[in-house]
Design a protein around this ligand. Structure first.
Ligand SMILES: [Zn+2]
Length: 349
């Protein structure tokens, strides 16, 4: 198994530039509050989202929502279910616009830069792992689940992979993705059809990049993929319970990045181990990098700027911390404590 750690934070900083803007920050804090209200109106979640064991106790309460770690698998659960109404409000075509505003880089230049800076490295990581497993990546067929506006599909094409398809629940994003890619490689599907798609998709490699956490039944999706003899590899990226989560709790007036707005549960190293054992997958490669220290930088910076009596000190904070961000984050990544992880998995059958 190969391991990679770290990624320069410069891209994070550029992508998150808007969130250092106080008005933009406040808009997203308000969007979170609206999303939380909808979430709290849903039915109670009494069983772990991942392993269905009974939930007990409370680790913390945020916005009137209790969260706890599953006593069986270690997954972090919010104690309300994410209903279809909640999911559609957060990332369907009729959403609050949060995902749309973050992910729909309509301008050609922004789309291409995002493909190149964010998605091509993911594809390179996947290709390296497939080569190390003895495969010829150019010969394989790929299916990207939760493809959004097709950045990963476009990155695969740019990296020389030709048998590529993307699947996405938002038809608006499918249409935009096909326009940006210039070919009809993206297809829409209903939220309820995800498992059927997984069971039947004709691809050697499936990718699920920040998608599994939005699926109604994450274990069911993994088992459906395992039941599909055609699918042999999975590129998986998921958000993790990490320092970034706790920073969000400490700075409730700062734009949230981890919990809420579609994220009602988070993976932990323990819950990933449980899932992989249950789904019969072997880890070929891990890439640990996260946004924890950018979140620290942004959270403290925005908090200082929000308070008239503290605001003059904000530039001093930036001067103190900016040049150290990469090394701070790398230490967290090396400890495998970062806010996300990318993995290449192989299905054992
Ligand atoms: Zn569990």
């Amino acid at each position: 198994m190969s391991e990679r750690f770290g990624k320069p934070v410069a891209e994070y900083l550029r992508l998150q530039q808007a969130f250092y803007d106080l008005a933009e920050n406040d808009k997203l804090v308000a969007a979170l509050a609206a999303s939380d209200r909808l979430y709290r109106g849903g039915p109670a979640r009494t069983q772990c989202k991942l392993c269905t064991a009974a939930l007990a106790g409370r680790l913390f309460r945020r916005a009137g929502i209790d969260y706890s770690l599953c006593p069986t698998c270690g997954h972090l659960n919010g104690h309300y279910q994410d209903t279809e109404a909640y999911n559609l409000a957060n990332y369907g075509d009729h959403g609050t616009g949060h995902y749309a505003s973050i992910y729909q880089d309509q301008a050609r230049e922004a789309y291409d830069r995002r493909r190149q800076d964010i998605y091509e490295p993911k594809v390179a990581f996947l290709i390296d792992a497939l080569r190390a497993a003895g495969e010829q990546p150019e010969q394989l067929a790929y299916a990207d689940f939760g493809a959004g506006t097709g950045h990963l599909v476009a990155a695969m094409l740019a990296k020389g992979l030709t048998r590529v398809a993307g699947y996405e629940v938002s038809q608006a994003q499918v249409d935009l993705g096909n326009r940006m890619i210039g070919r009809e490689l993206m297809a829409g599907h209903g939220l309820a059809e995800t498992l059927v798609l997984a069971a039947n998709v004709q691809a050697d490699v499936v990718s699920s990049v920040f998608h599994l956490e939005h699926v109604a039944d994450p274990l069911g999706l993994m088992l459906a993929l395992r039941g599909n003899a055609r699918v042999r590899y999975l590129l998986l990226a998921v958000p993790l319970f990490s320092p970034a989560t706790l920073l969000q709790l400490v700075f409730p007036e700062v734009m949230p990045r981890v919990l809420g707005l579609g994220h009602t549960h988070l993976f932990t190293p323990s819950s990933l181990r449980w899932l992989f054992a249950r789904a019969g997958v072997e880890t070929l490669a891990e890439w640990w990098f996260g946004g924890d220290m950018v979140d620290l930088h942004r959270s403290v910076g925005v908090h200082l700027a929000q308070k008239p009596e503290l605001a003059p000190a904000a530039p001093a904070w930036h001067a103190m911390i900016l040049s150290a961000l990469d090394e701070l984050q790398l230490a967290i990544d090396r400890a495998k404590l970062s806010s996300e992880v990318h993995l290449v998995l192989r299905f054992g059958r």
